[in-house]
Design a protein around this ligand. Structure first.
Ligand code: F6P
Length: 534
């Protein structure tokens, strides 16, 4: 089956079979119950759990039975998910609306020979072609730049300016590796929001001669980033800074615009790297500054191991595909509207925000890649917070609220600190929440009653190292692609963000110039008047 002519999930024979199975086994008085499922199937944990590189996944506490699992696996085959995946790895132009190849995976393989292989058998994917001839040179230049910054004793602080994919991935990785003790470079500050409070806070206490600014923007046309970069340059000059070229580095796929801004160096990458998939490319500069060349190569190696798993493991044991199928099962058959991500590690506190962009910007679409209106629901709302904090915020709703929300617990076995009495408590709390969601409790009053039968997944990492983190993030990327592929969506464009940007330009002009814009709707015009104080 060619990837261009793959059927959409709702056009396959398995779709109707899944609907019939759901109606038969998951609705009505004898509907599926997790407690009964475990009692009746001694092999349930084995059947619904699997190992992937650096990640063990226990899916057994989900609202799924073996027949649904069988039909979902068939659905993945019917949808030609393997052909689509291989087309991505071969560098075909699967981003059809922009006529581009999708190249983030290719960047992870560009310097393969420099990185220590995780495992020889895993360390090659036949279908990967050298789609980005410049990637190896661009990555080497980025790593050289990072090493030069780390070696430059005059630079004490690095301010990374970027938003969306040019912020969330690097920020998450740096935070994660910082909390697990892998960061040893200059202090890193991240600025994304156009709200000047964020930049002002980052600049407080900095000296221009000790500060390096990274301006990261794939397009070099994003309003927030350009505003912050401009303000940073003005601050630099006002504080007596000299040599803008030495103190500003740009990272962009638009070298001309970056050069026009006046940055001394511009680190490049190709258009095929989508913003939310870009941390593996030159956009990863702050990560490389934080952990050094070897740490960055380890991050890539972890991701490559997951790439090899995604490319090779059969559908039944392919973790990204299994998670995507479960997501589809919940969204389209159970009709669930959201999924909660609860990382039980302080270093992963940005994971929900990172996944919001990855999943909702990729798969929050209403038409398929051929422009046809989708007939089934697409991306649910992804939300969450680090545990155990979330337990004191929204877990009440997860246990007793009217909505069923599948929860994904992300656990890290080894702690990087030596404080006694924390890690066991933390992990015990995560497992306790998953167990309580499933088992429920027969309360002696309605308020104390927990219905139970609420679903959860556990993803377990051995530690929070560059390798395991690389594998985890590649897992999420492939899952997002696989789910979009089942839905027939192009997961690599984001036209939905454009309209608001256009309106913002017009409204800003009206606000600044105090002009009456008769084309504005009455609500916006009224609010503008209030903002102007008139
Ligand atoms: O939010 C829209 C978006 O285009 C994202 O896809 C992207 O990650 C972000 O803006 C930043 O874009 P750029 O890297 O071009 O500044």
């Amino acid at each position: 089956m060619s990837w261009q002519h793959r059927p959409r999930c709702d056009e396959t024979p398995s779709w109707a079979l899944l609907a019939a199975h759901h109606a038969r086994a998951f609705q009505g008085p004898a509907a599926f119950d997790l407690r009964r499922a475990f009692a009746q199937d001694a092999q349930r944990v084995a059947a619904f759990s699997m190992d992937a590189p650096a990640v063990f996944a226990d899916l057994s506490k989900n609202l799924i039975d073996r027949e649904a699992q069988r039909l979902l696996n068939q659905l993945a085959r019917d949808c030609g998910i393997q052909a689509h995946r291989d087309a991505m790895l071969r560098g075909e132009r699967i981003n059809t609306s922009e006529q581009r190849a999708v190249t983030h995976v290719h960047w992870r393989w560009a310097l393969n020979s420099l990185a220590a292989p995780i495992n020889q058998a895993q360390d090659a994917i036949d279908s990967i072609v050298n789609e980005v001839p410049t990637a190896a040179a661009d990555l080497s230049a980025m790593l050289d730049c990072a090493e030069a910054v780390r070696a430059d004793r005059a630079i004490t602080d690095v301010v990374h300016i970027g938003i969306g994919g040019s912020d969330l991935g690097p920020r998450l990785v740096v935070q994660a590796l910082q909390s697990s003790g892998h960061v040893n470079g200059p202090r890193l500050h991240f600025v994304a929001n156009m709200d000047g409070h964020e930049l002002a806070e980052a600049l407080r206490g900095l000296r221009p001669c000790g500060t390096l600014f990274i301006v990261a923007s794939k397009t070099f046309g994003t309003a927030e980033t350009l505003r912050n970069a401009q303000s940073a340059r003005e601050w630099f000059a006002a504080q007596g800074g000299v040599d803008v070229a030495r103190h500003f580095v740009a990272v962009s796929a638009n070298a001309a615009a970056a050069t026009a801004f006046g940055a001394g160096r511009c680190l490049g990458f190709d258009e095929g790297v989508g913003g939310r998939f870009s941390l593996w490319s030159s956009i990863g500069l702050p990560i490389a500054i934080a952990v050094g060349r070897a740490g960055f190569l380890d991050l890539l190696a972890g991701a490559r191991a997951m790439d090899a798993h995604f490319a090779r493991a059969p559908i039944e044991r392919n973790l990204p595909v299994q998670l995507a199928l479960l997501d589809l099962w919940y969204r389209n058959f159970h009709g669930l509207h959201s999924r909660c991500v609860a990382p039980y590690h302080h270093g992963l506190r940005k994971l929900p925000a990172y996944l919001q962009q990855l999943e909702m910007e990729s798969n929050g679409k209403g038409v398929d890649a051929r422009g046809r209106t989708l007939v089934c629901a697409s991306a649910p709302v992804t939300w969450g917070q680090a545990g155990s904090n979330g337990q004191h915020a929204f877990f009440q709703m997860l246990h007793q609220g009217s909505e069923v929300v599948p929860v994904e617990f992300v656990l890290v076995r080894a702690a990087a600190h030596e404080l006694p009495g924390h890690q066991d408590k933390l992990l015990a709390n995560a497992l306790a929440q998953a167990r309580a969601l499933m088992l429920g409790h027969q309360g002696d009053s309605p308020e104390r009653h927990f219905a139970g039968n609420r679903p959860s997944t556990v993803l377990l990492l051995p530690d929070l190292s560059p390798r395991s983190l690389g594998a985890l993030l590649a897992l999420y990327e492939h899952r997002t692609f696989a789910l979009g592929s089942l839905w027939g969506i192009n997961s690599f464009d984001q036209w939905g963000v454009e309209l608001g940007k256009r309106h913002a330009g017009e409204i800003e002009t009206a606000l600044r110039t105090h002009t009456e814009d008769t084309a504005l709707d009455p609500s916006t015009a009224g609010l503008l008047n209030r903002l102007r104080g008139s």
